[in-house]
Design a protein around this ligand. Structure first.
Ligand code: 8YV
Length: 318
């Protein structure tokens, strides 16, 4: 069977070049264009064999169960928290994502946020543009080099963050169920102890129920008045209200955030803090990395329906 005879479901809007590629090789259903998705799937879902989604959109058990012929799900992104993996596993449906190709850009973003918050880069830019330098010098910031960088979640991206931080002469502390494979990293058994030990707390944890609000008022209190929180993982990992209170009470030095619990909405309370840098989830958003992710997303589903191969299958750690 030619792949052009195979029906696939695309869950949410994709970059135009990706969509074109899928339309050239498959019979595409565009779920995001339909207001009544349940009705659309009831009418058209019977013969859909593949699904394409993105990390932020995922795919629910409801959608999976509406597709009796579904064999594989190809996700554009590395995060799995929005994909109902249990529902897929119960049906024997293969799931692929796009790991590794985005590690460097996401880690680069963590370092950019660390420097931006500690050296008050965005604040200084606003200060210069406002002409405030004409009347007084910009106030002192915080040195980053030689400080302690703590990594919560020492996975592929966490290691890339550590490598970069070591380039700034930083010691590496971490929290992870598995011991580090690199020498010289100091492991902590709790996030509170990790936060108390460091100057920068970088979150590279997976999203999902197990890590929801794992960064709470206690962890933020332990991070302390000279501590900086960096979140490049998932917004759900941080108790946002606890963070807002810690910032308002000056119980932490600042925060650099690329992800938010209800993105693209950002709590307006965060706009009031000059010592907070806010990014619209751009960590993997470079032309090079998104091209690599797109190619992997396409190759996974084309490969499966051509010869059964999966380039980057999701391996569930129990
Ligand atoms: C996505 C992300 O790559 O990969 C992830 O898990 O968080 C994002 O960088 C991007 O939103 C494309 O889905």
């Amino acid at each position: 069977m030619k792949t052009t005879d195979i029906e696939i479901l695309i869950i949410s809007a994709l970059p135009p070049a990706m969509l074109d590629e899928f339309e050239q090789h498959f019979r595409v259903h565009k779920l995001w264009l339909h207001d009544n998705k349940t009705a659309y799937l009831a009418e058209h879902g019977q013969f859909i064999r593949g699904a394409v989604t993105r990390a932020a959109s995922g795919i629910s058990a409801e959608v999976i169960n509406a597709l009796p012929a579904l064999e594989m799900i190809s996700s554009f992104g590395v995060g799995l928290d929005a994909i109902d993996l249990d529902a897929a596993e119960r049906r024997g449906i293969h799931v692929t994502n796009t790991p590794k190709v985005l590690n460097e850009c996401v880690a680069d973003t963590a370092l950019a946020l660390m420097l931006s918050v500690s050296r008050r880069i965005c604040e200084a830019d606003r200060y210069a543009r406002a002409g405030a330098w004409l009347t007084s010098p910009f106030p002192a910031a915080m040195r980053m080099s030689g400080k302690i960088c703590a990594i919560a979640g020492l996975g592929n991206i966490g290691y890339q963050v550590a490598k970069r931080a070591q380039g700034f002469g930083m010691a590496i502390h971490y929290y992870d169920p598995k011991p580090a494979t690199e020498p010289g990293f100091t492991r902590f058994d709790t996030l509170t102890a990790l936060a108390a030990s460091c100057d920068f707390l970088v979150l590279t944890l997976p999203g999902g129920n197990k890590t929801r609000h794992i960064i709470d008022a206690d962890v933020l209190g332990a991070l302390g008045e000279t501590g900086i929180l960096i979140n490049i993982s998932r917004g759900s990992v941080v108790d946002t209200q606890a963070l807002i209170h810690a910032l308002a009470d000056k119980r932490i030095y600042g925060a650099g955030l690329d992800v938010f619990e209800h993105e693209p909405e950002i709590p307006t309370e965060l706009f009031a803090f000059d010592n907070v840098v806010l990014l619209p989830h751009i960590a993997s958003n470079t032309t090079e990395t998104r091209n690599d992710m797109a190619n992997l997303t396409i190759d996974n589903i084309k490969g499966y329906f051509t010869d059964g191969s999966l380039k980057t299958p999701v391996i569930r750690s129990r």
